[in-house]
Design a protein around this ligand. Structure first.
Ligand code: FAD
Ligand code: COA
Length: 401
């Protein structure tokens, strides 16, 4: 934790920790076992003012910084990663994209929905377009005074529980010419043509559905278009710019899970005795605990730094990618070590370690894989597009030095 947290931030963090260590922790195992979305935790977050904190005050939010959201997400995720993810998606990602790029009406509608407890869904990934997100084939055809959307998205977090959807599609003009990627708002159960196809059976994070969503002749008015393909910054670049906030959020959930597991291991290492002494008197475990704390401190510094880089805008692309790669990979290692400290008990479903190990595994994949984010880091460092991407390959061999 940085030493310069303001009294307001300390009090926000304390509020989130109290909630996390009380009612949220008490229900975490049940949320995992039943695979039910924790609506009662959503209500707790709402009552505590932890939903939509980053929404500007004119729209009913608190206009808080990314770091405020990060402190809350970290605290919640140490107890229940599903609840931590709900805090991510009600403060970052889709909602922040709408608040940055939307019209007055769109901002009011999205803010009202989130503050009432809706976790918006962000729909980018498709069966044939994962890392290669700009290769998406979902299309929005201009037809007179409306768009007609057809296509399919998968692995959409909240599919089936979220109402507000921010959907990315390639826009085509009346003549069938591609204009680029645009972002549209649609509401489940109110927008005909949007249907939830199936839920994925996931390894962890089981309290939030990951779903396949289909759009069949889904008609949208021009007022549904949030991020036009040829807007100020172009729709796809706007999407990725806003998405840097969600990458910081994902890194924060991984950080929180790792922190929770580390604290459990630290406590157990003092209470468990073998060979007539607490197991933390063995140097083998002391070094493990020391390494865990070093990794945590480094991850926390990266995550907080990336969050701070977004003050007044969105987090920096390079810092967000660095934070997510380092934190996701080290969080997996920390949780694994924490489980080891518990011996056989760590492998039991009676303790949260095995759940944490399943939950934390996701974060090198969702929100941009560790490999693709390394490409982003290398591209930013070298100042050029790399051959790992489609356009990078296009450079002819005889043009290379
Ligand atoms: P692929 O792109 O097929 O990659 C397969 C492997 O190839 C990976 O190891 C990858 O790193 C590697 N690879 C691919 N390209 C390169 C390259 N150029 N260089 C080096 N290695 C490469 N998507 C949404 O739109 N909305 C959501 O809400 C959402 N939530 C998710 C929640 C969960 C739990 C998960 C697991 C995923 C979620 N996703 C979501 C999808 C996620 O963003 C994608 O899974 C991710 O972008 C990777 O795409 P892919 O799974 O198709 O893997
Ligand atoms: N932040 C800000 N801008 C970004 C960005 C980011 N993280 N990633 C890309 N952009 C911008 C680029 O600067 C470029 O802008 P320009 O057209 O003004 O030059 C534009 O978006 C296209 O980026 P580019 O790298 O040329 O795209 P690409 O077709 O090679 O695709 C990505 C590569 C961006 C799709 C890939 O790096 C990536 O991030 N894949 C993971 C997708 C993901 O996170 N999905 C999560 C779904 S939940």
């Amino acid at each position: 934790m940085p030493l310069d947290l303001s009294p307001d931030r300390k009090s926000l963090q304390a509020r989130a920790r109290e909630l996390a260590r009380g009612p949220v922790a008490a229900r975490a195992a049940e949320v995992d076992r039943t695979e039910q979305y924790p609506w009662d935790n959503v209500n707790l977050l709402k009552e505590a003012g932890l939903l939509g904190m980053t929404i500007p005050t004119p729209y009913g939010g608190q206009g808080r910084a990314w770091l405020d959201a990060v402190l809350v997400i970290e605290a919640l995720s140490a107890a229940c990663s599903v609840t931590g993810r709900i805090a991510v998606e009600t403060n970052m990602g889709a909602i922040s994209a709408v608040m940055a790029y939307g019209s007055e009406d769109q901002k009011r509608m999205a803010a009202d929905m989130v503050l009432a407890g809706d976790k918006p869904a962000i729909c980018i990934t498709e069966p044939e377009a994962g890392s290669d997100a700009s290769g998406m084939t979902t299309r929005a055809d201009r037809r007179g005074n409306r768009f007609v959307v057809n296509g399919k998205k998968h692995w959409i977090t909240g599919g089936g529980v979220s109402r507000l959807h921010l959907i990315f599609a390639k826009v085509y003009d009346e003549q069938g010419n591609e204009e680029g990627v645009g972002g549209f708002l649609a509401i489940r159960d109110e927008t005909p043509g949007l249907s939830i196809v199936k839920r994925e059976p996931t390894m962890g994070l089981r309290g939030i559905p990951e779903a396949e969503i289909a759009f069949e002749d889904m008609e949208l008015p021009p007022s549904a278009l949030v991020m036009p393909p040829r807007g100020l910054n172009k729709g796809f670049a706007d999407l990725m710019n806003a998405y840097n906030s969600q990458r910081v959020g994902a890194a924060t959930v991984a950080l929180g899970i790792a922190d929770g597991a580390y604290r459990l291991a630290l406590d157990w290492s003092e209470r468990r005795e073998q060979f007539g002494r607490p197991i933390n008197e063995f140097q083998g475990l002391q070094w493990k605990l020391a390494d865990m704390s070093i990794r945590l401190a480094a991850a926390r510094a990266l995550v907080y730094g990336a969050a701070r880089s977004g003050d007044g805008g969105f987090p920096d692309m390079l810092l967000a990618a660095q934070a997510k790669v380092f934190t996701s990979e080290n969080a997996i290692a920390i949780v694994n070590d924490a489980l080891q400290v518990f011996g056989a008990r760590g492998y039991s479903r009676n303790l949260p370690l095995e759940r944490m190990a399943r939950d934390v595994r996701m974060f090198t994949i969702g929100g941009g894989t560790a490999e693709v984010l390394r490409n982003v880091v290398a591209g930013a460092l070298l100042g050029k597009k790399l051959p790992q991407t489609r356009d990078g390959w296009a450079k002819a061999a005889d043009e290379r030095p």
